[in-house]
Design a protein around this ligand. Sequence first.
Ligand SMILES: C[S@@+](CC[C@H](N)C(=O)[O-])C[C@H]1O[C@@H](n2cnc3c(N)ncnc32)[C@H](O)[C@@H]1O
Length: 429
Amino acid sequence: MPTPARIHVAHALHEVFGEGGRVPDIWDRDLGEDAALAQALLGLCLRRWGRIQAWVTPQLKDPTRGVPLGTRVALAIGLAQLAWLPGVSDHAAVNEAVELAGTQDLGFAPHKGLVNALLRRAAKDRGALAAELEALSAALDRSPSVERALQAALTPHGAFLAADLEALWSKLQQPPRPAFRLLKGDLPEGLVSDPDLPGCLRLAEGAPFPRPWLESAGGMVQDRSSQALLAYAREGPVTRILDACAAPGGKSTALSLRHPGALLTALEVHPKRAARLRQTLQQRGIEAHVIEADAAQWLETAAGTFDLILLDAPCSGSGTLQKHPEWPWIAHDDQPRLTGLQHRLLAAAAERLAPGGLMIYAVCSWLPEEGEAHRAWLAQARPDLVPAPVWPGALGAEVDAQDGLTACFRPHPLRWEGEGFQGFAVRKA
Ligand SMILES: C[S@@+](CC[C@H](N)C(=O)[O-])C[C@H]1O[C@@H](n2cnc3c(N)ncnc32)[C@H](O)[C@@H]1O
């Protein structure tokens, strides 16, 4: 029987390559100490999937015949360990992958012999295997949707070279370093201040992940881009805040800490996510009126206005490629639905902004149709909503920055460490 770590990785790969789905957030929750191995292994299989498959094909007796997913998964898991995880013995890498090939629903039993033969041969010279895999073109690991996302990330910042695109791709291949925020109490050992982003905390070199601190709601994980987005400049009173798409609640938490005493309404359409949002805010001692509703519908029918609206809209997540190495391989056929939903949410939210109020629209995506196109539409449809320069110019594309500030949030993907985000801020005149 293969170890749970390999079984979990195999399940996650089937979810991505069989179903076109995402790796669930909690896929590794019950793995204990083996979680680190499983995370490293899954990351390698996803980030090098194209090259691994290209290496396997010419080794087959008949390369023109299709290979079942169960065989591909077992081979990828075995080859990734042999090539890039020197701490795993030949025996463990080969035998466990062969066992996986024979496991019902995860492997393809008739190919146990093939998996065994290929991996044994590869194990004879692991250095050569790694070199052969690395020598294959990095473009094999990129789907057309990735090419588009990389172009979209760089284009707003002016002309760029093919080398910039490659540099961005390699940057996105490194597992991201977590960033944190203090919610209450003292800083735990091992966390240090980020010199470039006030309030942001990072792990000191070699420090363990601060799980007990997070579980006790002393702090939370929050990506640097989200923290920078929420460091908008805002003058004037804020008494009513709307977080229109709020779960899991990271930005609601930050909004509430930023404007203590303001009445916070947090909307979320998915029942499970709304329940999680409620629970998270409660654990953190954040007071909010959590409403389970479709935000567009709620905004179209509810009365009242808000001084501050955050619309952190559902999106393709193209900016989360570094954290979600499965992104290149998952289905992206619901883009028109998402873009339409974003438009509907934005139009409805714009109606509820109080005079002098600030609205921030954001998505963790670089695709122009998910941000820039909505900004252009709003500028033409709602001349009463004027651009509000609330972020330091360095966080925008250079062309947007005026007087040292920008109303368009679009950190440079090569110069900024954090998820790919784009957003804009408007103020009601
Ligand atoms: C990008 S996430 C928000 C992340 C959140 N702001 C945070 O920082 O923790 C978008 C959220 O919008 C929710 N959502 C999707 N469609 C919605 C709708 N029509 N109305 C309200 N929420 C929606 C999704 O379920 C998801 O939880």
